[in-house]
Design a protein around this ligand. Structure first.
Ligand code: ZN
Length: 200
């Protein structure tokens, strides 16, 4: 488990050897909210029905918002008043979940956090994936040893950089990091959990 603190923002992401149930019981928060993720671009306030939902937000303090991933991105955005966390895999990213998250904020956003996800060191893609990309997204494909890799880190950062003052990237790849769950590596059921909350 890694715990980060930036002003009144807390972020935790779990690793393979963590006891997640125990961790959740020990969090000093009022509620822990996990949506029913479907790779959609829907973001809802935490008090709503969170079926078919891949992002949650709140302006309340001590409400922990969580997203489960294994290769997809979890991104936290905050101005330290409003907080959102989104599940940003390639489907969500290409269908605009990052733009939807940015739209929750009127002004410049102070801070973004990128949890571990599949990075361009390992995220090999084939034609069946590439056909989903628009022309302007081809720049996120990298050629290496006659294989093609997708840079989720670059597409995420490009979408954030004009609106977010500080982007904190863990720079960790789920595929080549042994202590993180990766769907591509064979972790079909297990997920990492990224949780964020604002303190009073
Ligand atoms: Zn890697």
């Amino acid at each position: 488990m890694k715990h980060f603190k930036f002003n009144n923002l807390n972020i935790i992401y779990t690793e393979k050897d963590d006891n997640v149930k125990k961790l959740l019981k020990s969090l000093p928060v009022k509620h822990i909210i996990l949506p029913k993720q479907t790779h959609s671009n829907n973001i809802k306030e935490y008090t709503c029905n969170l079926d078919n939902c891949d992002g949650i937000y709140t302006t309340e303090k001590n409400i922990a918002l969580g997203i489960k991933t294994a290769d997809c991105g979890a991104i936290v955005l905050t101005d330290y008043e409003k907080l959102t966390i989104i599940h940003a895999g390639w489907r969500g990213i290409l269908s605009g979940i990052i733009e939807n998250a940015l739209d929750l904020f009127e002004d410049e956003i102070d801070f973004a956090f990128l949890a571990p996800f599949a990075r361009s060191c390992c995220y090999e893609v084939k034609e069946d994936f590439i056909k989903n990309l628009r022309k302007e997204e081809f720049l996120y494909l990298k050629n290496k040893n006659s294989k093609i890799y997708f840079s989720m880190e670059d597409i995420i950062k490009d979408k954030l950089k004009n609106r977010v003052k500080t982007i904190y990237d863990t720079e960790k790849c789920t595929i080549c990091n042994k202590n993180l769950f990766s769907y591509r590596k064979g972790d079909i059921k297990d997920r990492m959990l990224t949780i964020a909350w604002l303190e009073d």
